[in-house]
Design a protein. Structure first.
Lengths: 194, 222
């Protein structure tokens, strides 16, 4: 039974889950999407613990509201929309906390991407630090641009799929991707300067 | 054209795109599925947490503050405006004390007190032919009883009649004929009353509604 389910597409699996409440179908979908969703949410929020919670919540929402999925949409875009909305909510919650927090400023000042003195040139060439810098720079990009840049360049979605996930027009998606990349390039100029 | 523009843009940011693609994949923790399935089995969907957060502390405190302040304001305002009636909206009330009879009664009351004679006047007045009769009762409420018209003909010389009714001259000339009472003076058709400053002041107070609101003077009350 389970082997048969493994062969099914995402849409067929959710149909099976919707029609017969097959928990194995749900488990297979969770297995398929837990890692990509974790990666997407982590790149968007920059916190591993929080991102795990959000992906869990995404899966629970999927479990509870499975009937709200309509078969004409792609399952991947649907689940990414849920995860994206939860991540954005988390970001709003954090902003609210930041307003009332007195100690937050110090935490943000610890790493400044544009500060050339912060990392020596030979150290910044190191892969891990480079990735960390990119991640920090990504978090400094406006959330509306950040989301589409991650979906495009990290998750590898097409413009149409991103438009479905974000519920925007393709033109808006394209312009936001370019603006996001432009912001990112400005933030990382000291690394990629030749 | 637009497509070309975006392709150009893509080329412009090619390096950035490549760097982002090279970023390592972040995977979910190993116990992710186990935790998820445990939560689902226990029906721990995390909704209660949020409800608890926003019940008592976030909503009740400001609500109590608002309600208590509204109650205080309501009672304070209510006490101030309890007896107030908008005179422009409400129907005017007929006040017994405003009637001329009542006012005259008050004068007569004082007059009688000055005379220091309770029911003496009534008998004297009854015996005389005058048609204006003043009746003084025990509780000092005085009322007028109008008799027949005092003049026999339709045409009447008022001046000669008044002159004939007068007795004496000067200050004494306006004493009402037939009363044998020097203190009761006759000013035209009105019975003369010794002026009392307090009563005049109280009458002035009746001129405006606002002063009437303050209360009726005791002398005008029944």
């Amino acid at each position: 039974m389970k082997e048969k389910l493994f062969a099914l597409t995402d849409e067929e699996l959710i149909k099976e889950f919707q029609d017969h409440n097959t928990i194995e179908a749900f488990e297979i979908l969770v297995k398929r999407y837990k890692d990509p969703l974790t990666n997407f949410v982590y790149r968007f929020l920059g916190n591993k613990d929080v991102c795990t919670d959000i992906v869990q919540d995404t899966m629970i929402k999927f479990y509870l509201h499975k009937d709200s999925y309509k078969s004409f949409a792609k399952f991947s875009t649907w689940i990414y929309t849920i995860a994206g909305n939860l991540a954005k909510n988390e970001l709003k919650r954090r902003k609210r906390r930041t307003i009332f927090s007195l100690n937050n400023d110090d935490e943000e000042r610890t790493i400044q991407v544009e500060d050339k003195k912060f990392f020596a040139p030979d150290v910044s060439a190191d892969g891990n630090i480079k990735n960390e810098i990119i991640q920090k720079a990504l978090l400094k990009v406006k959330p509306v641009y950040r989301e589409v840049v991650i979906l495009r360049d990290i998750q590898g979605f097409s413009y149409e799929e991103i438009a479905d996930i974000t519920e925007l027009s393709i033109g808006t998606v394209k312009s936001r991707i370019n603006r996001g990349r432009s912001q990112l390039q400005k933030l990382l100029k000291n690394i990629y300067r030749e | 054209m637009k497509k070309k523009f975006y392709n150009k843009e893509e080329k412009k940011f090619e390096d950035i795109s490549k760097q982002l693609q090279k970023l390592p994949q972040i995977n979910a923790p190993e116990n992710f599925e186990f935790n998820l399935m445990t939560r689902i089995e226990n029906k721990n969907f995390g909704t209660e947490k949020e409800i608890k957060k926003y019940t008592l502390f976030s909503f009740l405190k400001p609500a109590i503050a608002v309600v208590s302040s509204v109650i205080i304001v309501f009672f304070v305002m209510d006490q101030q405006t309890n007896n107030f009636e908008n005179p422009l909206i409400s129907d005017p009330q007929v006040r017994n004390t405003d009637s001329p009879n009542q006012l005259e009664n008050s004068y007569e009351k004082e007059f009688i007190l000055q005379e220091n004679a309770g029911a003496v006047q009534s008998n004297k007045l009854k015996s005389k032919p005058t048609n204006l009769v003043v009746v003084v009762k025990d509780n000092d409420v005085v009322s007028e009883q109008k008799g027949n018209f005092p003049f026999p003909d339709k045409s009447f010389d008022l001046d000669s009649k008044l002159r004939s009714n007068r007795t004496g001259t000067g200050n004494q000339s306006r004493v009402l004929a037939g009363t044998n009472n020097n203190r009761v003076q006759f000013e035209g058709f009105f019975p003369g009353i010794p002026t009392n400053k307090r009563i005049i002041d109280s009458l002035r107070g009746l001129d405006s509604i606002s002063q009437a609101k303050k209360g009726i003077p005791d002398s005008l009350k029944k």
